[in-house]
Design a protein around this ligand. Structure first.
Ligand SMILES: O=C(O)CCC(=O)C(=O)O
Ligand SMILES: [Fe+2]
Length: 409
């Protein structure tokens, strides 16, 4: 078929019969139909990802939140009723979306083309019926709970859900940049880092696990067990600053374990989970977890657990999602029954700010370029926790604290 002449369609072809493109009205009509069809497809996808639709559309909210950077595979649209009705192919959708001013199209790798919003999605409307409020958690009046904000000032609420007795607070940094950089370098170089990998073998992050003397409880992630080490001396100053000065806790009130995470860059992450290991009994009793961050900024997300998700897998109610950017030096707490009712994650690819350099100390100029770039791209997070139920092989599980009943498996 001879392709239509654009100039003829615009009424300005000067070639007349000599033109090698078609001047037939049928060709022109079919071109117009193609254009209209492309426009319909583009508008439909733009609508699916619009603020208006995302307020109530959990399907696309789930896809946006479960993918790195909010990219949605073009394939995901093919099964949507309107796109299906138009019998659109992936190639057509890609061609249509090249013209979108609202959405960003990624055309590589071939076969994995995807589209994303140029702005963060809106928070979905909370439907009273979607998130059941569990009855029966004790109110703070009935059973008081000492929150960290009762010890020191400066905590902002991320979650303050009294019905679920669940709390998450953030405290912005007050430490000088050179102190944070020195602590970052110390943690990076002295931590006994063990890499964790996904099912496909990719490194998701590195971790280290420290406990108080006499405890030998392992920290278990799926198939991987992390061996405990005694809390090292080099951690003492960091603990004194974070737990003592910033949280206002006496030394005998400090948590007896700390889990360290190292995210080399924003491709490394920790997916939705709760810190519900038996060690901490966070689903049975009030449980306080204190975290501090160094290096690159990352987004920390929290949402109410959805135990009956249609997929059969644990999920969250995205309409309850709250997020906070944790910058170098910031503290964050999860308290009360937060681990019972909420999940949390550090998603991939959402680093938004790198740590600032300090003018007053000129610390950046003293650091090697390699150290500087690590501090800008990598993030270290420490989460201090209280082990209240030691593993049966740990001598701390015995009331008299003597030798273990069982050997570690
Ligand atoms: O890196 C963080 O901020 C969170 C780490 C975390 O959730 C964990 O170690 O269980
Ligand atoms: Fe966690």
């Amino acid at each position: 078929m001879i392709p239509p002449c654009h100039y003829f369609q615009m009424g300005c072809c000067t070639k007349g019969a000599a033109c090698k493109f078609s001047h037939s009205h049928a060709a022109s009509r079919s071109r117009q139909e193609d254009t209209l069809r492309m426009e319909a497809l583009r508008l439909q996808v733009e609508y699916y990802l619009s603020d208006e639709n995302l307020l109530t559309d959990n399907f696309f909210q789930d896809l946006i939140h479960s993918s790195e950077g909010g990219w949605i595979a073009i394939e995901s649209f093919l099964g949507c009723p309107r796109i299906h009705q138009l019998r659109a192919t992936a190639t057509e959708l890609i061609a249509a979306l090249r013209w979108s001013k609202q959405l960003r199209l990624r055309e590589w790798p071939q076969g994995k083309e995807a589209v994303c919003r140029t702005s963060p999605p809106p928070k979905p409307k909370v439907h009273a019926t979607t998130v059941p409020v569990p009855a029966g958690e004790d109110t703070l009046e009935f059973r008081p709970l000492k929150l960290l904000r009762d010890f020191t000032k400066g905590w902002q609420a991320v979650v303050e859900d009294v019905d679920r007795r669940s709390f998450c607070f953030v405290k912005r940094t007050s430490a000088p940049e050179d102190v944070l950089r020195q602590e970052f370098d110390l943690l990076l170089s002295s931590g006994h880092w063990q890499t964790l990998t996904s099912k496909t073998g990719a490194v998701t992050r590195s971790t280290a696990w420290y406990v108080s003397p006499g405890c030998c409880c392992r920290y278990v992630y799926g198939d991987t067990a992390v061996l405990p080490r005694d809390k090292p001396r080099w951690l003492a100053d960091v603990e004194a600053r974070v737990l003592g000065e910033l949280c206002g806790l006496r030394e005998d009130e400090w948590p007896n374990s700390v889990n360290m995470n190292l995210y080399e860059d924003e491709s490394q992450n920790v997916g939705w989970h709760s810190d519900d290991e038996g060690l901490f009994r966070g689903c049975q009793a009030d449980c306080r977890i204190i975290s501090a961050s160094w290096g690159a900024s990352r987004r920390f997300e929290v949402a109410v657990k959805d135990r009956n998700h249609v997929s059969g897998k644990p999920s969250v109610f995205y309409d309850t999602l709250n997020s906070v950017t944790l910058n170098s030096g910031d503290l964050c707490t999860m308290e009360g029954l937060f681990q019972k009712h909420f999940s949390h994650q550090v998603a991939k690819g959402n680093s938004v700010e790198s740590p600032k350099s300090s003018d007053s100390t000129n610390s950046e100029s003293m650091a090697s370029p390699e150290e500087t770039s690590r501090y800008r791209s990598a993030r270290i997070n420490l989460t201090w926790r209280y082990i209240v139920s030691h593993r049966s092989y740990c001598r701390r599980s015995r009331p008299d604290g003597e030798s273990p009943r069982l050997q570690p498996p």
